[in-house]
Design a protein around this ligand. Sequence first.
Ligand code: AMP
Length: 473
Amino acid sequence: MTFSDLGLSQKVLSAVADAGYTQPTPIQAGAIPHALGGKDVLGIAQTGTGKTASFVLPMLTRLERGRARARMPRTLILEPTRELAAQVEENFVKYGKNHRLNIALLIGGVSFDEQEKKLERGADVLIATPGRLLDHFERGKLLLTGVDILVIDEADRMLDMGFIPDIERICKLIPFTRQTLFFSATMPPEITKLTQQFLQAPVRVEVSKPATTATNITQRFVKCGNKPWDKRDRLRKLIDAEGDTLKNAIIFCNRKSEVATLFRSLVRHEYDAGALHGDMDQRARMTMLENFRKGNLKLLVASDVAARGLDIPAVSHVFNFDIPTHADDYVHRIGRTGRAGRDGKAFTLITKADRKYMDSIEKLIGQDVEWLDGDLTTLQADEMSSTEEKRGRGSSRRTVKKDAETPESPEATQGSDRKARKEDIKSDNSERKGKPQSAEPRRENRRKSRDDDNTTVGFGDDVPAFMKIPVKT
Ligand code: AMP
């Protein structure tokens, strides 16, 4: 099958040819004809399958007729993160190069004024994160009654990030006669319910079973002692062992604080590394991402929330510095490599305390992952506990000197995983609060201190000043 069999317009076909694509991917072949026919589509596909073009191309074709009116966008695409929204915009620019469409991107971390001007001009395509969209709506700058096509992308991630109530609200603001294109990598019950509520007789297009991993990705579990420096040491050895086959890699951590610590540690050891986490401002994130994409940066240390949906075509390796506590995240993370049919490698560091997460990943993906050099039972006693003496733990000098390497017990780390994950998500969600810029530093500081687990328990966010006076030791 070729693109010209799908019913796309000449303008779109010419842009697709210029992009160098000859054959539609399965999600494109399955979804595009139905989307062009005005049907609701439920696409079950992961990122990396070409799903963005599967809604962008038919939308472009359908948008060739008609014009936008001020403050009344014709189409709306909802994305869970700013990066993903920006990527979709890039796709519209790339495939829409023969069209003259007004595209508005409504994401947090960018001033409202510019965005309002674009809305005022009339947007053919509105790409937004749910929070920022609702902020504009509440300011009275936006009417959703002219939306003909609604796209909800990465719905399972929207669920993880707590966006479902916002999505429900937005769906109710758009006329029922609209066409809805809905995409999710997995179909947890909450998402199924949402589709039942808001999609009308959708055509289901499923390109791979939910939560399966691509076969061209070599996955390995790697046993490892449970102290942070054991893990950092193991990671460096893994990176070194991959040699020139490692072109670039994303290294995932579960917590923002771990992202920062690992990034600093890698730089100290003279690795070419950058970091991406929810506390960075939008411009810093975009610059970091651009550098990584262009190959100016080899290693990108990232949290799930910050890295969600990144379209980086040729990532050779993914390292899970921390095993994800949600098995779904494992699928998303390793899906960053092995994209568009290329080979990829994914290594996951596993400590004794990670066993239950490991089991749930294997259950979800329906296969046993091979160990790199022996499973946990072959973990030497010295690898598990030597570090105390090796590093002279307990000496106050060390604790003071390198806060970056302050250890936590594995139990504590696990117990706080969920909390830390929520904090990360909260931080990304913070964009939707639309508070004035001046409020940011305070919130930022609060977030940081919570992230580092130094919060004073029992006072919520309002810690009396006397509690903050530094104690001399
Ligand atoms: P996505 O799943 O939308 O994130 O796309 C994954 C990658 O596949 C992107 O880099 C696209 O540019 C690329 N891609 C999309 N459609 C095709 C196609 N038909 N042939 C080859 N590559 C494609």
